[in-house]
Design a protein around this ligand. Structure first.
Ligand code: SF4
Length: 460
């Protein structure tokens, strides 16, 4: 069984080992999984259902059984799409981490053993998740164009940006009233009646409920080998330092690999010191462009602050910091500037393509624009532009070449409706934010015009 699972095109370790707890209290195996774990009609939430019951819900048991049987899982279509484009999907990355039997899999369990354990329980896992991925609230100071209300309270307050969200992302996306200023405990699960029942501390979000974190989430803490903390912006979340301190004081920082994802606009010395207590950790700085382009895409960020914090993180943790970039329509023609910056700072660049919202995807842009973006990357990575080749710049070159290849090979004609959405979304946000795509991305606008689509936004 193990051999066939290792070569399987659908098997993924994530549903067997990882629980991602969203800011709204719902759960899924990873960030790419479409939707959330449900009871068949509505999202299950830790405000109503214990973590253990969601972990072994019929939904996740069905996903595990399908993967073992070699059947495609509809919720995993993002990974299949990435693989069809030649990208390293979340599935492949997770399976590789597990197969390497390093920190994430200290007992060197094979995928066959995971599957046997699940089959013995008809899809239920005997032990809890060993990888935890916590979206530690959705408090965030930024309104990134590719983001939504689920991840940023600032976007939830932005009426123009919110108009562009689908119903799943708009408040109430799961819970209403929990942790709000009026301290209400009223909760409303999508599609259900308003309920005043919450099993967690009154008026608190799960990420602020220390009892829940200590006694439920970390109950089986010795089984946890990987902890990813994101947000929102975790440096702003009130209890991030407490969570890290708790793990360190329990002596778990030597057995847990910490992955901390921040937008880089804030630096907190206490949090930095606590991260440094872990034996193994990585700090991902979400940066989507160099200087003004980052400010354009990630509204609210100031490049001066981000670059100052990059210096602080790099000085404190030179081997453990990397830049995590979401490759999208807005930055695909400008990745060289960011790569140049990363190389000058000696920081690794890790790129992944944006899938949603669809109208911001590179794959919805004119093929000529993608080719031009790829050519720039190839030129940059050629030896002549590398007078000083370092191990980091070599790694970055190989990352950029992978991006170039996917951009070159991607097929598809312009979809008039999607490109119209891109134009209208961009214009709406530009107008409300005092920004102008022509100042930073005139080349892309020209490519769209050359493809026969004039830049003529409809009035909202
Ligand atoms: S296959 Fe992809 S979407 Fe499905 S659980 Fe694995 S990483 Fe997540």
């Amino acid at each position: 069984m193990s051999q066939s699972l290792e070569n399987s095109k659908v098997f993924c370790v994530n549903p067997f080992i990882q629980a991602m707890l969203t800011a709204q209290g719902s759960m899924k195996p990873c960030s790419l999984f479409t939707g959330h774990v449900t009871d068949g009609s509505q999202e299950l939430s830790v405000y109503e259902t214990p973590v253990e019951d969601i972990w072994n819900s019929e939904h996740l048991r069905r996903v595990r059984r399908q993967m073992i049987a070699g059947d495609k899982v509809s919720e995993c279509s993002s990974c299949y799409l990435m693989e069809s484009r030649g990208e390293i999907s979340g599935r492949i990355a997770a399976n590789q981490s597990w197969g390497a039997a390093l920190w994430g899999n200290p007992r060197n369990q094979s995928v066959g053993e995971l599957a046997e354990s699940a089959l013995a329980g008809e899809g239920a896992m005997r032990s809890g998740p060993s990888w935890l991925y916590l979206e530690f609230g959705n408090l965030c100071n930024l309104r990134c164009r590719s983001c939504n209300s689920r991840y940023s309270k600032s976007i939830a307050k932005d009426r123009v940006h919110r108009r562009w969200e689908n119903a799943d992302e708009q408040p109430p996306f799961g819970l209403r009233g929990v942790g709000t200023a009026d301290n209400s405990t009223e909760i409303r699960l999508r599609g259900s009646e308003v309920s005043s029942y919450s099993r967690l501390a009154p008026g608190k979000e799960w990420s602020q409920d220390r009892e829940f974190i200590l006694h439920e989430l970390l109950r089986d803490a010795h089984n946890i080998t990987k902890l990813q903390i994101g947000g929102g912006e975790p440096v702003m979340a009130p209890d991030t330092a407490w969570l890290l301190e708790t793990i360190v004081s329990k002596g778990l920082s030597s057995s847990i690999n910490l992955h901390f994802v921040t937008n880089g606009t804030k630096y907190d010395q206490k949090i930095a010191d606590l991260i440094g207590c872990f034996d193994e950790f990585a700090i991902a700085l979400s940066v989507d462009g160099f200087s003004l382009l980052n400010e354009y895409i990630r509204k609210g960020s100031r490049w001066r602050a981000v670059s100052d914090n990059v210096v602080k993180y790099c000085s404190a943790f030179p081997q453990s910091v990397y830049i995590k970039t979401t490759v999208q329509a807005y930055n695909m023609l400008h990745l060289v500037d960011l790569a140049n910056y990363a190389n000058s700072m000696g920081i690794r660049l890790q790129c992944h393509f944006l899938n949603n919202p669809r109208y911001l995807s590179c794959f919805q842009m004119p093929a000529k624009a993608r080719k031009a973006a790829a050519t720039k990357l190839r030129q940059y990575t050629s030896e002549t532009l590398y007078p000083e080749v370092t191990s980091v710049s070599k790694e970055n070159a190989s990352e950029l070449l992978k991006i170039a290849q996917v951009l070159e090979e991607a097929a598809g004609d312009l979809d008039p409706r999607t490109i119209a959405d891109f134009i209208n979304f961009t214009s709406d946000l530009d107008a409300s934010r005092g920004q102008d795509i022509l100042q930073l991305n005139a080349e892309l606008v020209e490519f769209i015009g050359e493809a026969g689509v004039p830049w003529e936004p409809e009035r909202p």
